[in-house]
Design a protein around this ligand. Sequence first.
Ligand code: HGY
Ligand code: MN
Ligand code: MN
Length: 419
Amino acid sequence: MKEEMPLLWDHLQELSRIGRNADGSITRFPFTEEDRQAEALLWRYMEEAGISVSRDAAGNLIGRWEPADGPESGQEYDARPLVAGSHYDTVLEGGAFDGCLGLLAAIESVRCLREEGFRPARPVWVVGFKDEEGNRFGYGMIGSRSMCGKAEPEGLSSRDESGITLGDAMRASGLDPGRLDTCRIEPAAMLELHIEQGSVLEESGCTVGAVEGIAGLERYTVRIEGCSAHAGATPMGARRDPVPAMSRWILKVTELARQRENCVATVGCVEVRPGACNIICQSAEFSLDIRSVRDADIREIMEEMAHFEAELEHTERVRITRTLEQALPAAPCDGRLREMAERICREQGLACRRLMSGAGHDSMNFSGLCPIGMIFVPSKDGLSHRREEYTSREDCQAGAIVLREMIRECAAGAPEERE
Ligand code: HGY
Ligand code: MN
Ligand code: MN
């Protein structure tokens, strides 16, 4: 089958070579040399697609496609941009499709529409969002948060492993984190193509997912302080060991999440100190990433964990502190944009189904500002955030075509103005 967007796959392969590790995974953290190389490549792709490119104060790459007859045409002109894009940073040892597919597909969609001679009735902005994952500093989505006026100053003081703060890294990259307020936009709609990162589409034999909503999330650092002592000479009853306390904490939150549908809890980072086999630990510090399509689930579980922590402090004679690092409410996707995606899939002969997104995405920050339209394509074996992350060339092409047609329709007039 002749591909309608032949450059998409090649660009995906070329971008994936930046930050590639020996084991085939990709680590491309924000405000690093890899990030700078990726930015330069994307900048070139956007310019070659006929889009004028700039960088905002948060480091987002913005490619603007302005209508030929803009405000000076005297016509009724809605300057609110249609935004389409995704992120281009990766998690630690991640894959080649997460974020990048959506951004490259948006660039190729504009190239196609321009080459066809399509004339948008409103500005179309292709955006490469900065640091969606938050894997380097721990505070994610600084780019899309800033664009939506939702960045929190404390996020700038989050630090990476070498102690560099997000704010310092931005300054070192020629940005001014004091000007994040200048990133704020008034969008007409936000469209994002993304890999599913789960196995719902693959298991249901569908090529496209019309996303109904994006789960909300909260991220915490939990620290349990005990008292280090000799592993052999200290009787069990005399110990203040943070590791059994941590284990009980993790089992409890896991059990509470299991009891609720579309609710997940993950402990992805664990650090114990001092960390020798014959020393009872002094402290245990670990992360919690908890998500649900119902914000109330997260609230109720964390309230129950607060009570459990008081109990643990008493029985295990330890001190527990829990710090909220990040919170994002669940974001519904726009029904009319979802129906538009479903109709386009029917017109294109693509099997499509509705689903929720357990993963977080830049689009969720646009909730409350404008309609959000999100479409997924299948992830092979449901794998993501690892080198095996893969989506077939055909499915990438199919998702990009649906995105292109959504951009065409939305650029012809904002979704909320469409009857
Ligand atoms: O963590 C997430 O859901 C996304 O990949 N940042
Ligand atoms: Mn991701
Ligand atoms: Mn992503």
